[in-house]
Design a protein around this ligand. Sequence first.
Ligand code: URA
Length: 438
Amino acid sequence: MTIRMVDVLARKRDGGELTGEEIAFFVREYAAGAIPDYQAAALLMAIYLRGMNRRETVDLTLAMAHSGELLDLHDIAPRIVDKHSSGGVGDKTSLAVLPLVAACGVPVGKMSGRGLGSSGGTLDKMESFAGWSPELSLAQFKRQLRDIGLVLAGQTADLAPADGKLYALRDVTATVSNRSLIAASIMSKKLAAGADAIVLDVKAGSGAFMPTVAAAEDLARLMVEIGADAGREVVALISDMNQPLGHAVGNALEVKEAIAALQGGGPDEFWQHCLTVAATMVRLAGAAATDDEARALITAARADGRGLAKLRQLVVAQGGDGRQVDDPSRLPQARYVEPIEATGSGTVAAMDTGELGWVCVRCGGGRLVKSDRIDPGVGFLLTAKIGDTIEKGQVIGEIHANDDMTLQQAQRDIPAALTLSPDPVAPPPLFYATINGE
Ligand code: URA
């Protein structure tokens, strides 16, 4: 029977269940350009509002993974690792973690994404390096993995093309924070990129797509199961996203903070987060027997500069300017850099971290429509953390902007996103739980 997109839309709009054939039809035809964006956007919104059950989610994931090639990398190395974050504000973990893991001799082949809603994206951050490109052919992907043990690719016509298109559409249609759409987006990329072991950094909190730990655990379990069904070993770390990770939010600013971490500096909580994610990858790859051993390997790769050298190799291998790794002041810089001042006194009790992400987007660090160009130099540093006591007028960070209007708006919006309390407040933990396939 011929499937018609309007019927698929009507079924999901009315809360019905889509068949595997209907899901495969939608993914195939949309990736091929035969279904227009307006129908795809309508289906995304219907899925967002009505949800998908487990079977529909698995069908969507597999259809999206099979929209391109599924890489088999076993001719390059017996065990390849990968990681993925469910998205957060200031989350530049991949930029520090991937080079460190690769520097420990563990091959890393990763497919990343761009900014999504209020959350930044690794590819946009990496494009702060002049000339760097995530568009790799399958042959380039394999060659680079063999040559330097580290690849960071985007969705292409060959690799998860359906996610490439759906991801960009979700970004600008307010359809990001749905568990089925997130699970299918992440796991289709992970299955396509061919890693044997995958560490998922699933974020919970006011700046995450899953606001509570319970919702993040539910998403993590779903993704771990999808991976296990496909023969992959998946471990999910549930991490805190009730405040930006580290201090920097904005593409080039986050690259600088990741470089600082690889140089042994930067905010300690960001480093501790990276250390846990990287050590989990190393352990899962079988390069260390225990977590302590894995942590020691990562710490050594940071201390002797091998992690930073590996980042430089990654930048240069994909066409970027390696001098910007050696001298981050060569990275894009905003015209105005102004202080952020606290508008009240008290202890920082909570942050509207999603709103902080939107401040960066509105400054030009993300997209409001698909055709928007990212301004890599803009964003902010926020040094105040939950649990810190601050005074009215105290400088709690700085804004990097390229025009007066977004600068002034950010100077108002950032302090307004902080909730202050007269009472002491305990800082949140970095991690809440670990979920694996057992
Ligand atoms: N990362 C992805 O790749 N997709 C999502 O939907 C969320 C985070």
